[in-house]
Design a protein around this ligand. Sequence first.
Ligand SMILES: [Zn+2]
Ligand SMILES: [Zn+2]
Length: 264
Amino acid sequence: MNTTHLKVCTECGTQYPENYTGNSCIICEDERQAVPQSGQSWTTYEQLLEKHSVKIKKINDTLYEFVVNPRFSIGQRALFVISESGNLLWDCIPLIDDEVIEFIQSKGGLKGIAISHPHYYSMMKMWAEAFNSIIYIHEKDKEWVVNGGNSVEYWKGDHMNLWDQLKLHNIGGHFEGSSIIEIPEMSEKGTLLIGDTMYLSPSMKHFATMRSYPNRIPLPLSEVKRIEKRFEEISFDTIYGFYSYQNVEKNAKEIVKNSFSKYE
Ligand SMILES: [Zn+2]
Ligand SMILES: [Zn+2]
């Protein structure tokens, strides 16, 4: 695929399609993100590949993280889940290279990509095409999909079972379609990959849930209460967030509970 002319937003890492004629990034113009003071700027996949690569790190036997190194745009990680009936990529990053493709192939390929919300759509089309995989996105975020090609499958409702007990939950809040994935077998009481549906603080002792984290826009109290209830209903002891430091491998449920108790 020739991608030299495709615009990639330097602020959020979203790659736009060939027929995109706009001069601004719709993701960054939304109140939940920001266009930098210096104005909108663009790069391309090829330019990024000259100075960046995908760094692979093992988290446990069935979980790896991929990040763009050195950091580019938001700096999120994608999480690669190894599973019996097919591997899954949770969230996406604005780069793909030969090394990560070879790594994934050595682990049995990639059956599907599931993305928490629009800030991590990034280069999902290139990723899906590299492995011929489906991209699972909640239909409530459909308006934000600018470059998914034919790979996107929209799912509906509160939750959806994928395969091997992998289960998507639409939580909402940050974005209407904001979703998490539950992996019951990854830890004793279950593991959640949450993207930024909640944001783990650097203290590792508090999860915030907001409409916008960079712009500090809160959610209505009724929404926070609704989200609290959703997390109460799911079994888990482990949470992995969107930044590399956000690994809570014990007592995650207690930390979530304590965090929500601040809203009383
Ligand atoms: Zn952008
Ligand atoms: Zn976000």
